[in-house]
Design a binder for this molecule. Structure first.
Ligand code: DUC
Ligand code: ZN
Ligand code: ZN
Ligand code: ZN
Length: 484
């Protein structure tokens, strides 16, 4: 049984050319002219691109007293509907819990996934057990990324000594640390002050987490990574201060990566000034939406390469769940959705406006992510031998985003009413057509776990700190007599 995608233009991170793509056994087996097969998918007028990879989702995650409402079934169905063919979710041990035990829980949740997936492991506490289990996570379980929260004080937050220890362990194991960079101590104090002053609405969520809070933590995480001799990946980079820290570190030779979200690129802080409490609360996430200057900085970073990846941090809560925070903004579950809309929104606001080329679009939605997370070219590539995770993209197809027609399980959409032009004609997951002209043909349980090997390149920073972890004692011939 073979499938041929015919008559389209292949767009990869570095090439644009006309060719057909032949698929067998879930893999790309041939790329060329006039190919034939048992099943033909017409790609006339379309771009044939690597399926999107969302490196940052929270499906069915226990958080702030509840669970995020999209699970691996609805979440991956939403992903495929929007042209995304792989998600990377976070296994989240509760403080004190074994990493391996948490991973088993996430393995069980993911059995209904419609597309392939991988996991990052979160480090939510530190001790000998965590230190030891990290090795098994990397060597046996195929997970080479560890997430650290510098915010959520009293819950998920780790402090600097824990982060430094974990980053050094990552460097030893060939793993990449990820960081949620916000200063959790400052946030906690600002939250308490705002509440004491009677500022309890969702807009106060944004006041409690200004860009400085993110800039400070991003700088700190980068410096700690430098001293630990590890690279570092900053999740949901939302502001110029954080972007600046990433740019500077990269210019000095460090492997530092930044990940803007589609929400931060296209929605701004005025959303929190909406008189409708529900409207504002539905958009509460951390970091909060910023102003236009910060958005311009993020777009420029994607174009120039100082920011490499666009994600969603998909963490969907219903209006009912958001209302847990009526009268106290600190209890509004943090998170927004975006899995279905990331690719069409980025195409519409990036490619159609001329901010990004088509090749840059592929790089930031797929190829760069596969390379940074070490699953390229199995994922993120249109190459012979790669998995046939492919989106046949129709640049003329339009729709108005609406909760009524979305795949996500929640009752609203933060992009409600936005017109997008550029949508999948077909989405294929390992060769199987999951979306055809907006018709859902997903198969529950089709998704497989993607193992990611440790990095083989030296995880060395190039700064003057590089000997910090291997200090050399100075040999002295004698000790001066006192008073000399
Ligand atoms: N931010 C959110 O808004 N939700 C989930 C976790 C996070 O860091
Ligand atoms: Zn400590
Ligand atoms: Zn986060
Ligand atoms: Zn997140």
């Amino acid at each position: 049984m073979s499938t041929v995608i015919k008559g389209g233009t292949i767009v990869t991170a570095d090439l644009t050319y006309k060719a057909d793509v032949k698929i067998e056994g879930g893999k790309i087996v041939e790329i060329g002219q006039n190919l034939s097969g048992n099943e033909v998918l017409d790609a006339t007028g379309c771009y044939v691109m690597p399926g999107g990879i969302d490196p940052h989702t929270h499906l069915e995650m226990p958080f702030m007293g509840t669970y995020s409402s999209d699970d691996f079934e609805s979440g991956t169905r939403a992903a495929l509907a929007g042209g995304t063919t792989m998600v990377v979710d976070f296994a989240l041990p509760s403080p004190g819990q074994s990493l391996l035990e948490a991973l088993t829980m996430w393995d069980n949740k993911s059995t209904r996934a419609n597309c392939d997936y991988s996991f990052h492991m979160a480090i939510t506490w530190w001790g000998e057990q965590v230190f030891n289990e990290m090795e098994a996570i990397v060597r046996d379980k195929g997970i080479n990324t560890f997430k650290h929260f510098m915010a959520y004080k009293g819950a998920l937050m780790v402090d600097d000594d824990e982060m430094f220890s974990s980053f050094q362990r990552c460097a030893e194991l060939g793993a990449l640390p990820l960081v949620h960079a916000e200063n959790g101590d400052v946030v906690a104090q600002m939250q308490a002050k705002l509440l004491a002053e009677g500022n309890n609405g969702p807009e106060a969520h944004a006041y409690s987490r200004p860009a400085e809070v993110e800039g400070e933590a991003t700088n700190r995480a980068i410096m700690i990574a430098d001293m630990a001799g590890s690279p570092v990946y900053i999740v949901h980079t939302s502001c110029e201060q954080a972007h600046e820290a990433i740019r500077r570190a990269r210019q000095k030779g460090m492997r530092v990566y930044g990940e803007p979200l589609i929400q931060h690129l296209t929605l701004d802080e005025t959303e929190y000034a909406n008189a409708d409490w529900d409207h504002a609360a539905r958009r509460v996430m951390s970091p909060p939406f910023r102003n236009k200057q910060h958005q311009d900085s993020l777009w420029a970073g994607l174009a120039s390469g100082s920011l490499q990846v666009v994600a969603t941090d998909h963490c969907a809560f219903t209006t009912e769940q958001k209302r847990f925070g009526l009268g106290d903004f600190t209890k509004i579950p943090n998170g927004t959705g975006g899995l279905e809309d990331r690719m069409p929104m980025l195409w519409t606001y990036g490619v159609n406006t001329g901010r990004l080329t088509m090749n840059e679009f592929v790089a930031v939605t797929s190829t760069n992510i596969a390379k940074i997370l070490n699953c390229y070219p199995k994922k993120g590539a249109i190459l012979v031998g790669a998995d046939a995770d492919i989106v046949v993209w129709d640049p003329k197809r339009s729709k108005t985003i609406a909760a009524k027609t979305q795949q996500s399980a929640i009752d609203y959409n933060v992009f409600e009413g936005k017109e997008v032009t550029g949508l999948p004609r077909y989405t294929l997951t390992r060769g199987v057509v999951a979306i055809e002209e907006g018709t859902i043909k997903t198969q529950q349980g089709h998704g497989e776990f993607v193992k990611r090997e440790p990095f083989t390149a030296a995880n060395r920073a190039l700064s003057t700190w590089k000997d910090v972890t291997a200090p050399r004692k100075v040999q002295r011939s004698g000790i001066p007599a006192s008073g000399v």
